[in-house]
Each structure stands twice: as structure tokens, then as C-alpha cells.
Design a protein around this ligand. Structure first.
Ligand SMILES: Cc1ncc(COP(=O)(O)O)c(C=O)c1O
Length: 442
């Protein structure tokens, strides 16, 4: 099909693109101009199968009528309402809908505009909660190696992806890290949750012994680490982490920015694994990725600890101009309705075994050294080119795009997380094309 030049700008220099190899991109731009269902349309007219739900966020697929209509209607009714000391109905409706969808006990919702902001919000709530209860010495935060918690200073401080941290100065003080849970060899090519590694949670006891529990506010982990290349929690690991946190009065924060909204075949990973955190961070699938929005969910105990002092006083000095923005709230409500009406979380669970088998059929493909999966998430790890880490997987990403599938890479790991509306034929196309790409790679 002919290039639709009307939609492609010819000056790409001004936009400094995020997490992008800017010079490479601008020499050979990859532009999407529309999207529907499981497919993007590229500027050159090709259909590209979405193997990543955008950036792990378009869980209901693209161009969903209910969401589009809700945004249209909201724009013409109430465009903006001040977020501080004023309200509008849809933010309250969405908070209630989210509470009803979340694991029992996650009773209160604080709105943000992204996963990164949800993380900062949760970390601040954790520290302020202890202070409100008279334990102001609990300020330390514990993250995990290879963890991804967005890109703001709190998030990169507790995060453990080296490239996201090392050029940005001294970060937050009073932060420690658990070891990551990736055990190549012992757990390679595991289908679903790996057997080995629950003991890695015991490292928290070592950190507690080092600093004293009375100085530690919270532990934050992704129940399943996505952005670092799909690292799954070993069986029993999250349960142990929960038990140690409870024993020492430390809050457990689950960063569910990726795992929320059906990605694992349940509403949230907390429900999936049967392990309840004290705070949960969400974003992405909350609005199907259509409008930026995030939310932190908190237990009643945490929320109520703040509800003291004179009633005219603000209880938590934190919030964003766009917290619970009307357009985002409308998109969120329509998104949650779409998930519910179409039973998309159950659908993801039903499709997961087919996805798992298709993914693991790549075990004998060229360069593959590990495959990991859970729900509708999959990772294919490639042997790096000696001395040139990331290059092989990046080439796979470029070749895959040329062949009509969108995948994502981090390091030499290919990560996939398709919309939950994916059909078996799409799985076959995605995995079949990926095999062709891998076989042709240097
Ligand atoms: C677990 C986790 N936390 C936080 C974030 C940051 O979200 P955002 O890019 O919306 O700030 C992400 C993004 O991928 C994530 O995967």
C-alpha cells in the first residue's frame, strides 16, 4: 500500500523520544497511525499484530467502542474539575468500581497519572503512615534487584535496573535491595511459576537484622517482574515475603502496574497468588492505556491512620492536578465495564495454556536460552552476541516489526503481553513469525 504521507511529519528532530534509540529511530522511523482490535496500522499501510498490548496497557485491545464513546461524551460534559478540595462524580464512581474489583481489604483509592506516580505515592504513604502512628523512625524502603518501579527518584531508588539508576546521582538514601528471583539453570524453561527460589525472600530477615525492623517502612516488589524481562516469583516466595513483613510490622507494597487488570488471568496478582499486600500500585490497564491514569489502593488500616486531627485540615499533603481527572475517570469506568462485560480476565486464564504451549514450542529455535510464561505474558531469552549485549534482541524487534508483529525487548529478552482479546490464530501468527525472525537472525 502507498505511504500515507499526510500522517507522517517530515521533521522528527524536536521530539526527544523516551526510552528510545533516538538516532536509530529517526533514520528509519516506525510510526503507527491507527489501531483496531488486535492490530496497529503502520504509516506504510501494513497491519502489525500487537504482541505487547501497546506497552502492557491496552488489555482490552484497541479502539474499544465503549471507551471511545465515554471519552467523547465526557469531553463535552465536564472537561476538568479541580482535584483539590473539589470533586466530580465519576472519580468517586471509579474508586468504588476499582475497590469492588480489587482483593478484599483494598478499600481506598488514591488517583495518580502513571505507574511512576503511583509508586512515588505508595512510598510516601508508607512512610507517612508509620509517622502518623508514632513510628516516625520507619523510613527505610526495601526494593529488589532488577525491579522496575517507573522512572521518578523514589522508583529508581527502590528499583534495580542498573541502566535506569547509574547516571542519575545519589538517589534516595536509606534504601536497600533484596536479591532478584531469577535462577537460570535451576528454573530454565519452567512453565508458569518456578519451583526454586522461595528462600530468596529470607534475605529480608538479613536486611532487617542489619538495620533493625523499627527503621523499615516498606518493601516494594512487582509480584511478577515484567519490565526487567519477565521474572516470575518462585513458588512460596511471595508468601514468605508477606510473612516476614507482617512479623516485623513492615508494609508490603505490590507494584501491580503490569500485573493488574487480568494480565495473569485474575483481576490482580494479589488475587492470583493469594497473597495480600498493604498497598497496591496500578496504572496502564486501568484506562486500557487510552488516557494516562494510575491509582494506589490502600487498606482501611492505612487510610484510617491518616484520618485524625482537626477536620478542616488536609490529612495527606500529596496529590496531582490531574488526580481523578474527569476524562481519565470516564475512560477508567468504561474500561472496567468492558473487562467485566466481556469476561476478559477469565478469557486470559482460558487462553493461557494455549499461549504457554505455543511459546514453549520456541525452545529449539535459534539463540533461545530460556522461555518463561504466566497468564498472558511470555518471555523468550536469547543468547547475547559476545561483547554486544542487547544487540541481538533489538535486531529481533526490528525484524519482527518488518514482518508484521510488535514485540518488546529488554536486554536480550523478548517480552510479549498481548491484549486479552487475543485469538488462537493470533497466537499462532505471533509465535510463528517470531520463529521465522529468530531463525533468520545472526
Ligand atoms: C511495575 C511497574 N511499575 C511502574 C511502571 C511505570 O509506569 P509509567 O511508565 O506509567 O510511569 C511500570 C511501567 O512499565 C511498571 O511495569
Amino acid at each position: 500500500m502507498a505511504l500515507d504521507r499526510k500522517t507522517v511529519p517530515n521533521d522528527l528532530s524536536a521530539f526527544w523520544m523516551p526510552f528510545t534509540a533516538n538516532r536509530q529511530f529517526k533514520k528509519a522511523p516506525r510510526m503507527f497511525v491507527s489501531a483496531d482490535g488486535m492490530f496497529y496500522k503502520a504509516a506504510d499501510g501494513r497491519e502489525v499484530l500487537d504482541g505487547t498490548a501497546g506497552l502492557w496497557c491496552c488489555n482490552a485491545g484497541h479502539n474499544r467502542p465503549k471507551i471511545v464513546e465515554a471519552i467523547r461524551a465526557q469531553a463535552g460534559e465536564l472537561d476538568y474539575a479541580p482535584a483539590f478540595q473539589m470533586g466530580h462524580p465519576k472519580a468517586f464512581e471509579l474508586a468504588t468500581a476499582l475497590r469492588d474489583m480489587a482483593p478484599e481489604g483494598m478499600d481506598h483509592v488514591f488517583f495518580t497519572n502513571s505507574g511512576s506516580e503511583s509508586v512515588e505515592t505508595a512510598l510516601k504513604i508508607a512512610i507517612a503512615y508509620h509517622r502518623a502512628r508514632g513510628e516516625g523512625a520507619r523510613t527505610r524502603l526495601i526494593g529488589r534487584e532488577r525491579g522496575y518501579h517507573g522512572v521518578n527518584f523514589g522508583g529508581i531508588s527502590v528499583g534495580g535496573i542498573v541502566t535506569n539508576r547509574k547516571v542519575f546521582g545519589s538517589l534516595l538514601t536509606g534504601v536497600d535491595h533484596l536479591p532478584h528471583t531469577h535462577l537460570p539453570g535451576e528454573n530454565s524453561f519452567t512453565k508458569g511459576q518456578p519451583e526454586h527460589g522461595a528462600h530468596l525472600a529470607d534475605e529480608l530477615e538479613r536486611i532487617v537484622a542489619l538495620h533493625g525492623a523499627e527503621t523499615i517502612a516498606a518493601v516494594i516488589v512487582e509480584p511478577m517482574a515484567g519490565s526487567t524481562g519477565v521474572l516470575l516469583p518462585p513458588k512460596g516466595y511471595l508468601e514468605r515475603l508477606r510473612a516476614i513483613c507482617t512479623k516485623h510490622g513492615i508494609l508490603l507494597i505490590f507494584d501491580e502496574v503490569i500485573t493488574g487488570f487480568g494480565r495473569l488471568g485474575s483481576s490482580f496478582a494479589a488475587e492470583h497468588f493469594g497473597v495480600m499486600p498493604d498497598l497496591m500500585t496500578t496504572a496502564k490497564g486501568l484506562t486500557n492505556g487510552v488516557i494516562p491514569m494510575g491509582a494506589v489502593l490502600a487498606t482501611g488500616a492505612i487510610h484510617d491512620a491518616f484520618m485524625q486531627g482537626p477536620e478542616h485540615m488536609i490529612e495527606l499533603f500529596h496529590g496531582y492536578t490531574y488526580s481523578g481527572n474527569p476524562m481519565a475517570s470516564a475512560a477508567g469506568l468504561a474500561t472496567l465495564e468492558t473487562y467485566r462485560e466481556e469476561g476478559l480476565f477469565a478469557r486470559a486464564a482460558e487462553m493461557a495454556p494455549y499461549w504457554q504451549e505455543a511459546l514453549h514450542s520456541l525452545k529449539d529455535a535459534r539463540h533461545v536460552i530460556d522461555i518463561r510464561n504466566m497468564g498472558l505474558i511470555g518471555a523468550v531469552e536469547l543468547e547475547p552476541i559476545a561483547g554486544e549485549p542487547t544487540k541481538r534482541a533489538f535486531q529481533a524487534f526490528l525484524d519482527a516489526y518488518e514482518k508484521g508483529i510488535l514485540i518488546r525487548t529488554t536486554g536480550d529478552i523478548i517480552a510479549m503481553s498481548p491484549p486479552l482479546i487475543i485469538e488462537k490464530a493470533h497466537v499462532d501468527q505471533l509465535i510463528g513469525t517470531l520463529r521465522d525472525v529468530l531463525e533468520a537472525l545472526d
